[in-house]
Design a protein around this ligand. Structure first.
Ligand SMILES: Nc1ncnc2c1ncn2[C@@H]1O[C@H](COP(=O)(O)OP(=O)(O)OP(=O)(O)O)[C@@H](O)[C@H]1O
Ligand SMILES: [Mg+2]
Length: 400
């Protein structure tokens, strides 16, 4: 009878058996069905053939010299997952059958076997192998896709986190400018209204002071009144400064010169408090566009805050450098620093921890920096001082 070709014809099958007759018979049979057949006479030879040809299927005898079938089976399953194995076992030994299946054989056939049952098993096993290999490929593809999805997810999460952070910052800045804007309206009006009667109080106090027979004790009181009036007036002046926005003159400013000027004015206090001053200022430095008085105000406020924190000595460090588009200024002190819970609030108008502070200093600094298109942030490790970091945009023609 003419044998039909298997639908898996062309697949490589290795027959590993030391029984000549079986090998010949099976070879004949499988070749007729179109398979590409190889032979091996023992386990070791079998492994060599598998490594060279990587067959789809091995028909492997359980009992063989040199290396027995079970050991060869284990090696094949371990190193060649795409090579499937049907074991030939002796008749009636069910334990062996269980053992080989456990060791990874895909099926077993008891000797002697019928040719059609061998062919049927081979076709079944090859069909199963085909499905399983496709499955494995799909799983691999899925894992690859999953991996890509995971990477994208991580990237996406990173971007969302970054954008959320930026949004949060922008939101804080909006709140801050809204606070400053409403402060501007209220304080400008209040300051004007209060300064007039204050001026009168001050004048009356002057008159009292120059009056005859005022007496030492009363003179003391009147002087205290004058001092307090002056204090209120200076608060009002700061309130006006913090709301001032339009009457400024924009000039080309050399920030290194400004810093030197403010530092010179602070020298007496720096000396008196025995503060070590470290200046690291780039010179020449590219210009920025700003109001001279406002720039002086920024450094006066920041330096005065820093010195206030170091009454018994410390280190005040001011550095200035530029890149292609901006100036970077850092003002650091070695004072007690700012507690974590206050960091968010130091730029708020009226926020102060000082008995005689107004809480305007930093809000003025922030308003000026914002109006120049710059940025300011503060970093502080409590116990190790505070650093104020400023970024100011360069004049377009200074940008190289
Ligand atoms: N260098 C610094 N080290 C530690 N805390 C600081 C520093 N600079 C500012 N602060 C904190 O920020 C608060 C607000 O500062 P800001 O300059 O706005 O107001 P102030 O200094 O309290 O008052 P004023 O400036 O009117 O004297 C301060 O009271 C202080 O608590
Ligand atoms: Mg201050």
């Amino acid at each position: 009878m003419q044998q039909r070709l298997s639908r898996f014809s062309g697949e490589k099958i290795l027959i590993a058996d030391d029984e000549e007759v079986i090998v010949e018979l099976a070879t004949l049979l499988l070749k007729k069905r179109g398979f590409n057949v190889f032979n091996a006479r023992n386990g070791q030879e079998c492994l060599q053939m598998v490594s060279v040809h990587q067959p789809a299927l091995v028909l492997l005898d359980y009992m063989m010299p040199v290396m027995n079938g079970l050991d060869a089976l284990k090696q094949i399953r371990q190193h060649y997952p795409d090579t499937y194995v049907i074991m030939f076992t002796g008749k009636g030994s069910e334990e062996v059958a269980v053992e080989v299946m456990k060791a990874g054989a895909i099926d077993y056939l008891q000797k002697p076997f019928l040719s059609h049952s061998l062919q049927e098993r081979i076709d079944n096993v090859l069909a199963r192998r085909q499905i399983e290999m496709e499955n494995r490929k799909l799983i691999q593809e899925r894992e690859l896709l999953q991996h890509e999805i995971n990477e994208w997810n991580t990237e996406l999460e990173k971007r969302v986190r970054q954008k959320s952070f930026e949004l949060e910052q922008a939101h804080k800045e909006i709140i801050q400018s809204a606070k400053l804007a409403s402060l501007g309206h209220i304080s400008a009006g209040m300051a004007h209204e209060i300064r007039n009667p204050l001026n009168s109080i001050s004048l009356f106090a002057q008159i009292l002071l120059s009056a005859d027979g005022i007496g030492t004790e009363n003179r003391d009181y009147v002087e205290r009144i004058t001092q307090e009036v002056e204090r209120i007036d200076s608060i009002l002046v700061q309130m006006l400064a913090s709301s001032r926005s339009d009457d400024k003159a924009n000039h080309r400013i050399n920030l290194t010169e400004i810093i030197h000027k403010v530092v010179t004015l602070s020298q007496p206090l720096i000396k008196a408090q025995q503060v070590e001053l470290v200046l690291d200022l780039e010179s020449p430095v590219p210009s920025i566009q700003a109001d001279m008085l406002e720039m002086e105000q920024i450094f006066t406020n920041l330096i005065s805050n820093a010195l206030h924190e170091m009454p018994d000595g410390g280190r005040l460090e001011i550095s200035l450098r530029s890149d292609a588009e901006r100036l970077f200024v850092m003002i650091s002190d070695s004072g007690p620093g700012i507690p974590q819970e206050n960091i968010q609030r130091v730029f708020d108008p009226f926020f102060t921890t000082k008995e005689k502070g107004t809480g305007f200093g930093l809000s003025v600094v922030l308003r000026i920096i914002n109006s120049c298109g710059g940025k300011i942030k503060v970093e502080s490790t409590p116990g190790q001082g505070a650093s104020f970091l400023l970024e100011l945009p360069l004049l377009p023609e200074s940008i190289h």
